[in-house]
Write a protein that binds this ligand. Sequence first.
Ligand code: AMP
Length: 110
Amino acid sequence: MEERTIFHRIRDKEIPADILFEDDEVLAFRDIHPKAQTHLLFIPKHFVASIADITPETVHIPGMLILKAQEFAREKGISGYRLTFHVGKEGGQEVMYLHLHFLSDQKIAS
Ligand code: AMP
């Protein structure tokens, strides 16, 4: 059985998060320790632990996260941002549930 992480619990609404985007495939919420004016995490609803586990069958998942981040930015009027995957403990990944960091020095337009 897969080990449940804090992001499983956020995905399954067992613990609260500041969710800014959700559809059938992706959830995006604010990072609890923001490292930029806007710092979100995009996660797939289908669990994958890390970029290190991506295979030809699941390679669409990181691409989908990037596409949702791009659409979110456009919709919210953010023209510049950074997208980061931390890969493995030695790569700075603390939560073993694939997530895309979205960081911007711009604020989300309300
Ligand atoms: P990483 O180092 O790439 O695994 O990033 C994990 C991120 O998750 C960190 O930036 C944490 O601040 C963030 N984080 C941990 N717990 C929560 C939580 N309950 N809600 C939102 N963000 C979280």
